[in-house]
Design a protein around this ligand. Structure first.
Ligand code: SF4
Length: 333
């Protein structure tokens, strides 16, 4: 039984309607295995399929340049909602929504929320269409429910790895959050940003669990990274080359701040931020990551040297307090 809706018929129709001759398929890591099957569908619709084998963690990483170099006339991007307009290559976003029952995991989450009455609801794009069902279950369980719409994401209640504005908006009105989706990262982000206990209702594993222990671990790791970076004399300021992660102005600003503070700073342009790549720069003691903040927060221990976010670097430089960072500054610059 499929658990994800890949909208195969719609994709076929769009290829035919747009008269696309070459199609580039982009899939997030968890869905890459579907590449050959989706490629065959594109082929049946009359176009040559290319399946991108490169990493793709968000809609910030549209493969526009790859598409241009392959002479592609349509990108089919799965698993994320549109983030920014690009008109150079036509792009079809297929949000890859889950088709799975949430009842059992949400009921388990309600049991874990027994001490709270006012609950905020959030979900990744795969589950935003299930938020009303989750709300019904919570209401039946005697809770009041809030779903935030700060206007930055495509859907109310949606969270992405670097945008928790929908959770932040309702944070003051709720006592705890229920996150609907698989994995821990987004739920950890919700609790980091709001400070409110957050329970994951994972429909794939049909279970529910809190993320408090992980949040405490992340906070300790981040504080340790900031302290270690204080000793550093030479910094690498990372500029992401993925379309939606390129923050050249932030990187230049940070280079100036570091130099004013007596540190050396080198701008490093980079596509994939991995421990192996950063290890090559022996003379650099710490990094400032102006690209995807998830890399710093999710992968702290894989990097041998501190990889601070922009705002963490401000804490290191004494320009922002740790409390301020914890209150509202984990993501963005
Ligand atoms: S910048 Fe990172 S967290 Fe934000 S959408 Fe891109 S991959 Fe996801």
């Amino acid at each position: 039984m499929t658990k994800i809706d890949f909208k195969e018929e719609k994709v076929k129709r769009e290829i035919e309607r747009r008269g696309a001759k070459r199609v580039l398929i982009q899939l997030p890591e968890g869905l890459k295995r579907e590449g050959p099957r989706l490629g065959a569908i594109v082929e049946k619709a009359g176009a040559v399929p290319f399946v991108s084998a490169d990493s793709c963690y968000g809609a910030c990483d549209l493969a526009t340049l790859d598409a241009e170099s392959l002479g592609v006339d349509l990108i089919v991007h799965y698993g994320h909602s549109e983030m920014m307009k690009q008109e150079r290559v036509q792009t079809l976003f297929v949000e890859a929504r889950a088709t799975i029952s949430i009842k059992s995991s949400v009921k388990k989450a309600i049991r874990l929320l027994k001490n709270y009455s006012n609950i905020g609801l959030v979900a990744t794009i795969q589950h935003t269409h299930m938020l009303n069902k989750a709300r019904e279950l919570l209401l039946k369980g005697g809770k009041t429910v809030a779903i935030g719409d700060a206007g930055q994401s495509k859907y109310a209640g949606q969270v992405i790895g670097c945008d928790f504005s929908n959770a932040r908006l309702i944070s003051k009105d709720v006592e705890a959050f229920l996150f609907l989706g698989g994995g821990r990262f987004h739920a950890i982000g919700v609790e980091l940003v709001t400070g409110k206990p957050t329970i994951v209702a994972d429909p794939y594993e049909r279970r529910a669990y809190p993320v408090r222990d992980e949040v405490v671990r992340v906070l300790k790791e981040r504080w340790a990274s900031i302290c270690k970076a204080k000793e550093a004399k030479a910094f690498g300021v990372l500029i992401g080359l993925k379309t939606g992660q390129k923050r050249v102005r932030d990187a230049l600003r940070m280079k100036r701040k570091l130099e004013k503070n007596g540190r050396k700073a080198t701008l490093l342009s980079i596509r994939e931020i991995t421990p192996n790549v950063l290890m090559q720069f022996l003379g650099i003691n710490a990094y400032v990551n102006t690209a995807c903040p998830r890399i710093s927060l999710d992968d702290t221990l894989s990097f041998r040297k501190p990889v601070l976010t922009y705002n963490e670097t401000l804490v290191m430089l004494g320009r922002k307090s740790w409390e301020e960072l914890c209150r509202k500054g984990w993501f963005g610059s």
